[in-house]
Design a protein. Structure first.
Length: 356
């Protein structure tokens, strides 16, 4: 008697990838060509960045090396990461960054969603600014023009995101308002800000605004730059939120009224939460854009991570090895961006309106 055995079933992911990459002769040829290109690129990158590279902090050895010169990164790493922050005080921005990242990570967990998480991040930002500014408890004061590097990038991005979300929602609601004057003002602001590049706003805030305001009204350049970033981000977020509000059926608002909720309670408890759920993917993309847009502040003499990199490369001994330094900075932006992407996907899964 012959016993028939069933062939083992391949995993679903294996069948899906096999169908996508090897379903026909054409797809097999394209897959082979792409794989060959990736192998060659990885080979040359590995050879340049590892096999033939040098880590010695010696410009002469770097000039004689056929590979990368990671000594340039080792020599300039403090300038790139912390900018012109005073020597001997580097522990302050490092501690400030750790506090801010810890607060953001905790606020991103479901246990601290809502007001608790916002208060936690706000408190971390206050502690962050107090630490790097100094002037109390024996800490030497440090002027804002000496702030820079990764701490400044994280501070600007966090401030821009936290402040622009409520402002953007207010602008979106104002643009949909039945009051003509409020609707015109919000619409005019959104279209005006979205119609000019961020560099224009930064130049206006950094150089033009101090000329037209009285001396008693002038504030620190860092504050003006933060206001420009927040205003620019809020204008774009307003359109994202407006799209989310328009995606909510009118029946949701009517049902909330039928339950006895006022207009504002219906917005706060029924409409806005659903609109935010719908807009999680574009909000995630916008936050990544805000993080990268902070690099533009170097144009107005505020040296974030990218600005500190350019300043470090003014040394003629290490200027030829800019590729290694840019790879380091790109890796930092990539890690931060991937963290935002992964968290956005987590929120999409957690708050999916249609779970199957």
């Amino acid at each position: 008697m012959t016993v028939m055995t069933q062939a083992p079933q391949l995993p679903a992911w294996h069948r899906r990838w096999s169908k996508a990459l090897f379903s026909s002769w054409g797809s097999m040829l394209v897959t082979a060509m792409v794989a060959l290109g990736l192998v060659l690129a990885c080979y040359h990158l590995l050879r340049w960045g590892v096999v033939e590279a040098t880590t010695a902090i010696d410009p002469e050895l770097c000039r004689n090396s056929a590979g990368a010169c990671w000594g340039a990164v080792r020599y300039n790493h403090r300038m790139i990461l912390l900018g012109r922050y005073p020597l001997g005080e580097g522990w302050r921005p490092v501690l400030a960054v750790l506090l801010l990242l810890a607060a953001v990570a905790m606020a991103a967990t479901p246990r601290f969603f809502g007001g608790k998480g916002v208060a936690m991040v706000a408190a971390a930002l206050v502690a962050f600014i107090a630490l790097i500014a100094g002037g109390f408890a024996g800490l030497a004061p440090v002027a804002t023009d000496l702030w820079g590097g990764l701490p400044l990038t994280l501070m600007l991005a966090t401030l821009a995101v936290m402040a622009s979300v409520p402002l953007g929602m207010a602008l979106a609601l104002g643009r949909r308002s039945s009051l003509p004057l409020l609707r015109w003002v919000c619409t005019g602001y959104i279209e005006l800000v979205r119609g000019v590049p961020l560099i224009t706003l930064l130049f206006f805030g950094a150089f033009v605004l101090p000329l037209v305001l009285p001396a008693s009204w002038r504030v620190d350049a860092m504050v003006r730059v933060v206001v420009c970033l927040v205003g620019f981000s809020a204008a774009y977020l307003a359109e994202v939120f407006r799209g989310g509000l328009q995606a909510i059926p009118k029946g949701q608002f009517e049902a909330a009224h039928a339950l006895g909720l006022s207009r504002w309670k219906a917005l706060r408890l029924v409409v806005i939460p659903q609109a935010v759920r719908v807009t999680i993917p574009p909000i995630t993309s916008h936050f990544i854009g805000v993080l990268k847009d902070t690099s533009l502040v170097a144009i107005v003499n505020i040296y974030d991570l990218t600005g500190s990199l350019k300043m470090a490369l003014t040394n003629p001994d290490w200027r030829p090895y800019f590729a290694e330094a840019y790879l380091m900075v790109s890796a930092i932006y990539l890690v931060l961006g991937l963290c935002i992407v992964r968290y956005g996907r987590f929120l999409e899964t957690r708050y999916a309106l249609d779970r199957r």
